[in-house]
Design a protein around this ligand. Structure first.
Ligand code: UD1
Ligand code: CA
Length: 480
């Protein structure tokens, strides 16, 4: 019985990323729902590896904490001093002496790489029976990247760093992506032969190719079908460029799966979010985190969803929502703010300038205008009048308010929690309610109204109000 050769992924993530000028290590910078390293780990997971080793160094505690949380199965290996990519891989192999088979090396700052591309690299590597295979790319501006030096026969001779390259080599536009497949045993042996005799005084992983080729081992090249996938990032301007490329790729995939995206250039969907066919996303909208949008729902324009579930047929207009569940055919907005624990039932409504937190609305319940709903349960078909405040906080603790089915709360009411409005009960507009209103009762806390006759003429003589009142009542205003 033969076993498939084992595959190990080594992710290089020890570098500082100085040019980011950030307290956050480069590989932990966010990009559409994952960190840069998170994207690379997702690739490692997708290509069916037996083991993932991550070389950490700069801010190793922070990167290690991220790994423990996001990829607990990965093995962190410490490269205390960053003496080059060859040094990094050597340390990774030293820490895993039992490692055999194929080693895939990925870079922690190359987030656009797709698993399909790594599979293509591995297929080429295996087909060629190669000791080492590099993923290259043809680019217009090779900048500071390593160049692929091919012999007259087109085969790889060596990889040369920009800083060590001749004028002629610098004109080569086929670059080294920093992504490779190696035979573990031959890699281990070649790493032992690296020198630091180069422009940067570092152990170059790239020198492994020249060493193996000179020994007569077959080395291979896989040219990336899409060069942009191999882009790394060194500063925030480059990170912004990667973000745009990722956004376009994500949007294109959702559009091909049947989602209507009206303005892809202003629509940002995290890779962790999901949408169903016939969902619509209007311009200037962000669908972030674990958000999901069901069929027939319309999001935006100008809406941000974070970890929010939107059921079929709901509409969410000019809204900021975090951790809410929006039910089937519910309507939200414009200008609403939904906070964690908000759960909106079928065909319920959250209207303009409404903030909701830890609030459950039953089917068909309506909160149409200018309201704060905090810590509340609102029954089906209840109606909450304009300007109602659910006063949930007494300065010390938060309390709950219950509004029963088909209850009616008049405008400009304060419901002082804890309080209960029974099913079918009414609350008169302008009330400050602190006692329960039983089912079917009317609760009213207003002071009786008193009209002071002729007050305006006496107290505000000569004003437009006094004149208007005079015309309306045929009383001649007093002159002074
Ligand atoms: C390297 C390649 C270059 C290639 C480029 C692609 C070498 C010598 N050169 O350039 O041919 O075009 O990648 O981006 O390999 N890292 C460590 N420990 C270290 C040094 C680096 O973990 O001691 C990590 C970095 O965090 C990064 C990756 O390795 O994730 C690449 O390092 P970086 O310095 O960006 O690449 P270069 O060496 O400039
Ligand atoms: Ca680099």
């Amino acid at each position: 019985m033969s076993q498939a050769p084992s595959r190990t992924v080594v992710v290089l993530a020890a570098g500082e990323g100085k040019r980011m000028k950030s307290q956050t290590p480069k590989v932990l910078q966010p990009l559409l729902g994952r960190t840069l390293l998170g994207h690379v780990l997702a690739v490692a997971q997708a290509i069916h590896t037996d083991r993932t080793v991550v070389v950490v160094g700069h801010k190793a505690d922070q990167v290690g904490a991220f790994l423990a949380e996001a990829a607990p199965a990965a093995t962190p290996v410490l490269q205390a001093e960053q003496n080059g990519t060859g040094h990094a891989v050597r340390i990774a192999l030293d820490a895993t002496p039992d490692l055999t088979g194929t080693v895939v090396v990925l870079s922690g700052d190359v987030p656009l790489l797709r698993p399909e591309t790594v599979e293509a690299l591995l297929a080429t590597h295996e087909r060629a029976g190669a000791a080492a295979t590099v993923l290259s790319a043809e680019v217009a501006e090779p900048g500071g990247l390593g160049r692929i030096v091919r012999g007259a026969d087109g085969n790889l001779e060596r990889i040369v760093e920009q800083k060590d390259a001749t004028e002629e080599q610098r004109r080569i536009r086929e670059i080294n992506s920093g992504i490779y497949a190696f035979d573990a045993a031959l890699l281990r042996e070649a790493l032992g032969k690296l020198s630091t005799d180069n422009a940067q005084g570092e152990e170059y992983l790239t020198d492994v190719f020249g060493i193996l080729a000179a020994q007569g081992h077959p080395v291979a090249i896989e040219v990336a079908e899409f060069a942009y996938e191999t882009l790394g990032c060194n500063d925030r301007a480059e990170l912004a460029r990667l973000r745009v490329l990722m956004r376009d790729r994500v949007n294109e995939a959702w559009m091909r799966s049947g989602v209507l995206i009206l303005d892809p250039a202003t629509t940002w969907i995290d890779v962790t979010a999901t949408l169903e066919p016939d969902a619509t996303v209007d311009q200037n909208s962000q669908i972030l985190g674990t958000s999901s949008v069901a069929t027939g729902a319309v999001i935006g324009p100008d809406t941000t969803l974070v970890d929010t579930t939107v059921a079929a047929g709901a509409t969410v207009l000019r809204t900021h929502s975090i951790g809410a569940e929006i039910g089937p055919s519910a309507t939200v907005g414009p200008y609403s703010y939904l906070r964690p624990g908000t759960r909106l039932g079928e065909k319920s409504k959250i209207g303009g300038f409404v903030e909701a937190k830890n609030a459950e609305l039953g089917a068909g319940a309506k909160v149409p205008h200018l309201t704060y709903v905090g810590d509340a349960t609102i029954g089906a078909k209840a109606n909450i009048g304009a300007g109602t405040i659910f006063a949930n906080y007494d300065g010390v603790r938060k309390s709950h308010t219950t509004v029963g089915e088909a209850a009616f709360v008049g405008s400009d009411t304060v419901l002082i929690a804890p309080v209960e409005i029974g099913p079918g009960a009414y609350v008169a507009a302008g009330s400050a309610v602190q006692k329960n209103v039983p089912a079917g009762n009317l609760g009213i806390t207003r002071a009786p109204q008193r009209n002071v006759e002729g007050w305006v003429a006496r107290a505000r003589p000569g004003t437009a109000s006094a004149e208007a009142a005079a015309r309306a009542t045929d009383i001649t205003p007093e002159q002074d």
